[in-house]
Design a binder for this molecule. Structure first.
Ligand code: NIG
Ligand code: FE
Length: 411
């Protein structure tokens, strides 16, 4: 089945197949064609170009006059699978408690772990489905989802099986990350080595056997997993073929980034606090830095110093961090707008970060993240707008008309 989009006001993020990520000054350029056509053949992009080159083909035709078309968002960092909510902590923070204070009195990740334990696998699937449906409507066409609220063998497997079921039942690409090292469960509060042994000796072999994850994550942070512990987890994960993608530098810079680069992590995520040494460590590496501005917004912590990093020549990706504690939102449109408004990224930089660089940060840059012949036909069609600048400018207004995934309209 062929679909031909014609009279597109502007077709954004057109790339050749060899472009796998965008770094530094190149992030300021968002290649596009004005007054364009786009031909989709089944689930793939077959052709595109200026309207004067539009081919005559047997296809259903969609007129996109006044509208912009861009690739769907690639959200490379989420915790979409969780149980219940943490609204009480939200109110506690309004009343003056910090994220750290709430975590120290048994809230935070351990609160979500308790709720997850009390929730059946089927119920967890139903709760997560609602969020996945919502983010697809908001233009997300590929998503990474982490475990990490189980913190027991059974709990972690339950989460990963739900992710696997979502991946099987949804058209969008879903990448799965094992985050057993998210927090120390109460039973292991004084026995960190014991919990890490459990992750390595019990959880990892089962996850590998069932093929439940491609990536391994850890929360490398003061009070959570030390750099040495994170390194042990990365090494163990790699021995089972799991590639590291690590939570690091959210509250403190503890030299975790250079350790992640040394272990060839695909991404380092959060980076609200970044030192010059961290930036040096990332230069020339394969590791994609990932910023999560909705998290900074929601819990009032600093924003990732995007300008400093991009000006130093680094690439940067943007993701939501959708989770019940620090970011109860999976809206990539808000992420792009906030990156422009609060992190001083230009719209071009933010869109590059939320599409091609996001795809790279979850290992799908060969099939997603740009308008490229042979890539998945995953596109956002906007409502009529004056230019793509309106997307971050009119933050909070839904400017998406349609979302297509694998060449089919999402309804
Ligand atoms: O990415 N920082 C670690 N993990 C999550 C939050 C976990 C939670 O509070 O539930 C994050 O922000
Ligand atoms: Fe996270």
């Amino acid at each position: 089945m062929k679909t031909l989009f014609i009279n597109i006001q502007e077709l954004l993020q057109i790339r050749t197949a060899s472009e796998q990520k965008v770094s530094g000054a190149a992030m300021a350029t968002l290649p596009s064609i004005k007054n364009a056509f786009l031909l989709v053949d089944n689930d793939l992009i077959a052709d595109f170009g200026p309207m004067e080159d539009c081919p005559e083909v047997d296809a259903s035709v969609i007129d996109a006059t006044g509208k912009v078309i861009l690739p769907t968002w690639c959200d490379s960092h989420t915790h979409i699978v969780y149980a219940g909510n943490r609204v009480q902590e939200f109110v506690d923070r309004i009343n003056g408690l910090s994220y750290e204070e709430i975590a120290n009195r048994g809230g935070g990740i351990l609160n979500s772990a308790k709720k997850l334990d009390e929730t059946s696998e089927d119920d967890l699937y139903e709760q997560s489905k609602i969020r996945l449906d919502e983010v697809m409507q908001q233009g997300t066409g590929a998503v990474e989802i982490k475990s990490g609220y189980g913190l027991t063998v059974e709990g972690e497997l339950k989460m990963l099986r739900v992710i696997k079921r979502l991946a099987a039942n949804y058209p969008i690409s879903i990448k799965s990350t094992f985050l057993g090292a998210h927090a120390f469960p109460i039973a292991y509060k004084e026995d960190h080595k014991g919990y890490i042994d459990l992750i390595i000796n019990e959880m990892l072999p089962k996850i590998a056997e069932e093929g439940l994850a491609e990536y391994i994550d850890a929360f490398c942070e003061t009070g959570y997993f030390s750099v040495a512990e994170t390194e042990r987890i990365m090494e163990a994960g790699k021995s089972y073929g799991l590639i590291p993608k690590i939570h690091v530098n959210q509250f403190n810079a503890i030299e975790g980034i250079s350790a992640c680069v040394k272990h060839q992590a695909l991404s380092v995520d959060h980076l609200e606090v970044v030192t010059d040494a961290d930036i040096e460590a990332l230069k020339g590496s394969i590791t994609m830095p990932v910023a999560l501005p909705s998290c900074s917004y929601f819990i009032s912590i600093p924003y990732t110093p995007a300008r400093q990093m991009i000006d130093a020549g680094l690439p940067l990706a943007l993701a939501t961090d959708f989770n019940p504690g620090t970011t109860p939102s999976g809206n990539m449109n808000f992420v792009v707008a906030t990156a422009c408004i609060k992190m001083k990224m230009t719209p071009e930089e933010a869109i590059n970060a939320a599409t091609l660089n996001g795809a790279y940060a979850m290992g799908i840059e060969k099939t997603h993240g740009s308008i490229t012949v042979g890539k998945k036909a995953n596109i956002i069609i906007t409502k009529p707008i004056h230019s793509y600048y309106q997307l971050p400018y009119a933050f909070g207004t839904n400017l998406i008309d349609q979302v297509w995934v694998n060449g089919a309209l999402i309804v």
